[in-house]
Design a protein around this ligand. Structure first.
Ligand code: 5RP
Length: 222
């Protein structure tokens, strides 16, 4: 199976976690796009979605699923999103699609995080994928120096020759070379650096379940 087919497989499998009659939290990325396509088949059974990005909002609305502002919704039973890396404990690196801040907000508002990913995303230890960090632009270079002090190399994410601007008007640093032995402690520490909006380690908002697309079918990791 191609990687695209594996993504479609887990996107479809995630439908079993959507609770009829309740708002669903929707993440961002190519795997989530497959989930959104599958969600079209049950759009008449849910009131709508809370979305983690402008891109997902547009895709949901295009198939006729109402999208609510997160402030309008108190409780989300389930949040479905992809990952750039996930380990066996459900800790993840996310933000490859630059949507990490809104993803963390919707995840925090949700009772359960269901991660959908193809098997290439499962790792023994987090850190091969450069950690995305959303930063206030004026803090970018200072935050980069703080990562250098930890042995990391931070690169400003670019798009069309300019610094990428997130849905929140901020920039992204992609940090490689980090040894993330304790994801909970790492997330807590980086989160409190001045100018950091969100660090793309999801340890406090980890996945409860991971649906992993493999050549043998969907594996469920709890
Ligand atoms: C976006 C994300 C995505 O979930 C992550 O990058 C995985 O994307 P894809 O499903 O396209 O591999 O965190 O910010």
């Amino acid at each position: 199976m191609t990687q695209d087919e594996l993504k479609a497989l887990v996107g479809q499998a995630a439908l079993q976690y959507v609770v009829p009659g309740q708002v669903v939290g929707v993440g961002t990325g190519s795997t989530v796009n497959k989930f959104i396509d599958a969600l079209a088949t049950m759009k008449d059974r849910i009131p709508g979605a809370v979305s983690s990005s402008v891109a997902s909002t547009e895709r949901l609305r295009a198939i006729g699923i109402p999208v609510f502002d997160s402030n309008e919704v108190e409780r989300i039973s389930v949040y479905i999103d992809g990952a750039d890396e996930i380990d066996h404990r459900g800790f993840m690196i996310k933000g490859g699609g630059a949507a990490l801040t809104r993803e963390k907000i919707v995840a925090a508002q949700s009772e359960r995080f269901i991660c959908i990913a193809d098997e290439s995303k499962l790792v023994e230890a987090l850190g091969r994928f450069p950690v995305p960090v959303e930063v206030i632009p004026m803090a970018a270079q200072r935050v980069a120096r703080q990562f250098a002090g930890m042995g990391g190399v931070a690169k400003l994410r670019m798009k069309d020759g300019q610094a990428l601007v997130t849905d929140n008007g901020q920039h992204i640093l992609d940090v490689s070379g980090l040894a993330i032995r304790d994801p909970l402690a790492f997330e807590s520490e980086v989160n409190q650096w001045p100018g950091v909006v969100t660090v793309g380690v999801f340890a406090h908002q980890k996945a409860a379940v991971c649906l992993l697309g493999t050549a043998a079918g969907v594996k469920t990791l709890n």
